[in-house]
Design a binder for this molecule. Sequence first.
Ligand SMILES: [Fe+2]
Length: 472
Amino acid sequence: MKQYILVLILFFSFQAHNQQTDFLVKPYLQIGKTSSPHSMQVLWHATVSNDVWLAEYKNNGETDWKRSEGQYVSTIAVGTVAPFYVYRTSFTSLKPGTLFQYRVSKNGKIVFSAEAKTIRSSEQSYRIAISGDMGAGTGTAKKVAYEIYKAKPDMVAIAGDLVYNRGLLSEYRAKFWPVYNKDDADTLGAPLMRSIPFVASVGNHDALGRDLNAFPEALAYYYFWDQPLNGLNGKEGGAFVPTLVGTDVNKKAFYDAAGERYPRMTNFSFDQGNAHWTIIDSNPYVDWNDSTLRDWVAKDLAAAANATWRFVLFHHPGFNSSRTHYEHQQMRLIAPILEKGKVDIVFAGHVHNYQRSYPMTFIPDNMGSQLVAGANNIKTGKLVNGRWTLDKKFDGKQNTRPNGVIYIVTGAGGQGLYNPEQQNDTDSWQRFTIKFVSTVHSFTLMDVNGKELTIKQVDFNGKEVDRVKITK
Ligand SMILES: [Fe+2]
């Protein structure tokens, strides 16, 4: 009997070990390069091998499994990391706003299965969790992930600084996948990414490091994320794509890993339900004097005139009351474009706390003054003065129709909090700020129901710290 139990234990531990070694990163969802409510992209990472992989899916209630469309493999062979494969394939016949099941097989054997949510079509209501500066791998980042999971959103939007400290491949392995694509849900993380899509803007920690000799694993954003490619493909050294530094070998390894996503995948847009989202690269290397990207933002918003809501996501907040990073104001420069494009809310991170502005408009005095730091005169941001107009009648309770854009800083997703001393020191806030929560980590939860939306700020223990209603 003892021997029999021992054999059983050995068998199951072998099986468990096998499960672990099938993936370097288990399957996770992305909206893909051509986002639609009928499609979803699934990616997974595995060691280099001749294994035959198959992904299948079915909509809730269907009995037959459908094969995914296409299967693309990129080889990631950068730095001293053992080369591995990133697989990506598409589910293309999903029913908007419903659940679907999917499974992944290796060499004919099912090695992963999950249930997931599709993107909503225009008339369906939905919930989105938004936070920035999440990928620090801290205890609070993990608790925030767990609270997001418990809130059951349909999508997570990250306002940049996806992984600390340099956007490296190995940092994703240490701080990102184990938290947001964990097998089970608890205060150490949750199986979020396998069941709902994450979208993201790039932050300074994801995109500023461009020296592939010093950090060959940098810019891992481009090989791990799979987001729409409907933005502009800028030129290296041009107005909004910095020059890449590195030997030909290091550059080739990066280009091979990044594929068509580099450098296009930092400015893009997509629709979720009745809302249009525009994602913008707010890093200080972007030259907003150049009209190319400005025009793209204006055209993108104009093309979304029929959407009920327009949301914008980027990393560096233009309107921020924190003493930390107060001077990183370059995104104020496009406030008039966002106003003309009838943007409802701008979500940003970078500043590790929560702030909400009055509905407001802003006219910059000029194109701002460049700030630089360090021996290499690295651009850190711009000071942009100007004139703002605040809608102080809007209270988000009785008066729910804002006149202007509401700017939300939601950068308290896990990295160390900024300026807790300012939370109750209202004199230290800029006049555009109405709410400032800097003593607790938190995330934004937005429920969109037709022409009404509710925004809640929820702390890492699940407690609500702000709430506002907006109607059309
Ligand atoms: Fe940042």
